[in-house]
Design a protein around this ligand. Structure first.
Ligand SMILES: Nc1nc2c(c(=O)[nH]1)N[C@H]1C(S)=C(S)[C@@H](COP(=O)(O)O)O[C@H]1N2
Ligand SMILES: [Mo]
Length: 507
């Protein structure tokens, strides 16, 4: 029974420490919370194949699974620490000190860490050790050869009751502290800003096919439905008043802009479809929005590029980096420092107050959220986060198409219906979309409105569905007449490819 109590003491000491650290972090910097700091470090250290597997297996739950795993491993180690106190209290204390010390190191080694970020781990250490000492004393060690054993009369039922009361007390306080920290971090909001109108406006968006073909993705993705992909366990809530955009590196005149100064530059408005390189064939890591921002070349020209840089290295407020090929930025496409999305300021999730948008390139090479610095440099001199992890440097979005309706493995009624979806070939434009039913011939679909080469294209094909099981396939060709790759490829290192096939039952 004592063993169980000691293990429980270790676990509760860890829980108390983690909860206290979480609460303190919510006052300083939410990301410095011990579990979050360790979780972020684990994300950074995870080898690419394992990360790919996690994204493919858990999808958007990957972060929750990771946090859960970090927590479980910590609690198992803490239980061991509790058991160690049977031999010697100092061992157990040492164990907790090492665990929280690692959390502190993780917080301090984050790319954009400040010295104060170690505080939550120090608090976790103090609370963890105190809780452990107190609970193990209540648990009453039985090992007679423990030299520093506490001799007490706390055996029997009163001891057990004392331990139980202590354990419950620690649990209750931990829940309160963790919930308090969670509430405080969640309550942090970003400021409202006023966005000037664009000097160079986009045309009004035409009516999309979603109004006539039920089930087709809307022509514009509502911001709250827009996919989210980043390495962040907590969404940065950037203080726009102290935020700046710095431009440096191989330039004659490095400079720094405040948000007001950035927003006062001539703004362009563009409809651009973003895609994540982790999007699987038929997947949902794609979204189409109207972006408002400053042309990236305007910003770079202001600094007067010197020498021969070949990349724009962008840095986010948390130190995360992205490399964008300068050749792509300079080829006339509408790469921009965006401050608005779908007629409003950026949301915290999508990079407030400013982010990069590079039409035609996957997000990991051109869509830095929470942007704070642009550095002109070379790939030889510096590599960004994903480049170091062996993902492609040049990463144009591959031409692809997705069937939105009928849904995979659904059952639909026989008779007149429509097969429909979206296709994309950013910066080349979608030329045609074809659908194949079972082993029939490829049939031309009808395309929705044309919103330009950087935007996706809706499509549909009327279908007289006959009873039975049917296999539907789709493929897209760009405006230069190039058929999409039909070869199956998983996302690493430069994006998935292959023909999407959907099986449906017609009844
Ligand atoms: N700071 C930061 N920016 C980032 C990322 C990130 O992890 N951190 N992920 C990139 C990736 S992989 C993609 S696909 C896009 C996704 O942008 P969204 O979440 O607004 O859809 O953001 C990019 N910008
Ligand atoms: Mo991505």
């Amino acid at each position: 029974m004592t063993r169980l109590r000691l293990a429980l003491s270790g676990i509760l000491a860890a829980v108390a420490g983690i909860a206290a650290g979480h609460l303190v972090a919510s006052f300083l910097a939410p990301a410095s919370s011990p579990v979050l700091a360790v979780g972020s470090t684990v994300i950074d250290l995870t080898p690419t194949p394992l990360k790919e597997w996690a994204i493919a297996t858990f999808g958007t739950n990957d972060k929750a699974v990771l946090q859960g795993s970090v927590l479980v491993v910590t609690l198992v180690l803490a239980a061991l620490a509790g058991l160690l106190s049977r031999r010697r209290t100092a061992y157990a204390v040492g164990f907790i000190v090492v665990l929280t010390g690692l959390a502190g190191a993780a917080a301090l080694l984050r790319p954009a860490a400040r010295p104060l970020d170690v505080v939550p781990a120090v608090v976790a250490m103090a609370v963890g050790v105190t809780t452990l000492l107190w609970l193990t004393r209540l648990a009453g060690r039985s090992s007679a050869d423990a030299p520093d054993r506490v001799v007490s009369a706390a055996g029997g039922t009163s001891g057990r009751r004392g331990f139980l009361a202590g354990a419950l007390g620690v649990t209750a306080l931990s829940i309160l502290a963790a919930a308090g920290g969670q509430l405080r971090s969640g309550a942090q909001t970003i400021k409202k800003v006023v966005l000037p109108a664009a000097a160079d406006k986009a045309e009004p968006l035409p009516t999309g096919l979603e109004t006539t073909v039920p089930g087709v993705s809307p022509l514009r993705t509502p911001t709250e439905k827009f996919y989210r992909v980043d390495t962040n366990l907590t969404v940065p809530k950037v203080d726009v008043d102290s935020w700046t955009l710095e431009v440096d590196g191989m330039v004659e005149r490095p400079f720094t802009l405040t948000f007001a100064e950035l927003a006062a530059l001539p703004l362009i408005e563009r409809d651009i479809t973003m895609t994540c390189v982790s999007n699987e064939v038929g997947g949902g890591y794609i979204g189409a929005a109207r972006w408002l921002g400053v042309r990236l070349t305007d910003v770079l020209d202001r600094a007067r590029v010197k020498g021969s840089p070949d990349q724009v290295l962008s840095t986010a407020v948390d130190g995360f980096t992205i490399s964008t090929p300068l050749a792509a930025v300079r080829d006339g496409r509408d790469a921009m420092v965006a401050i608005g999305m779908n007629g409003a300021q950026l949301t915290d999730v999508h990079g407030f107050p400013a982010r990069l948008i590079t039409p035609g390139l996957y997000g990991f090479v051109g869509a830095t959220k929470w942007l704070t610095k642009l550095t002109l440099t070379t790939y030889a001199a510096e590599q960004a986060y994903w480049t170091k992890r062996k993902w492609a440097t040049d990463a144009p979005i591959k031409t692809s198409a997705r069937i939105d309706t009928p849904a995979p493995l659904s059952t639909i009624k026989a008779g007149r219906t429509a097969i429909g979806g979206v296709a994309w070939a950013q910066h080349r434009g979608v030329g045609t979309v074809e659908v194949k039913i079972d082993d029939g011939a490829w049939q031309q679909t009808r395309l929705g409105p044309d919103v330009g080469i950087d935007y996706w294209r809706q499509w549909y094909l009327p279908w007289d569905a006959t009873p039975g099981l049917h296999r539907l396939s789709v493929r897209a060709t760009d405006r230069q007449g190039r058929l999409q790759s039909t070869e199956r490829a998983t996302p690493f290192p430069d994006g998935s490819s292959g023909i999407q096939e959907v099986v449906v039952t017609v009844a």
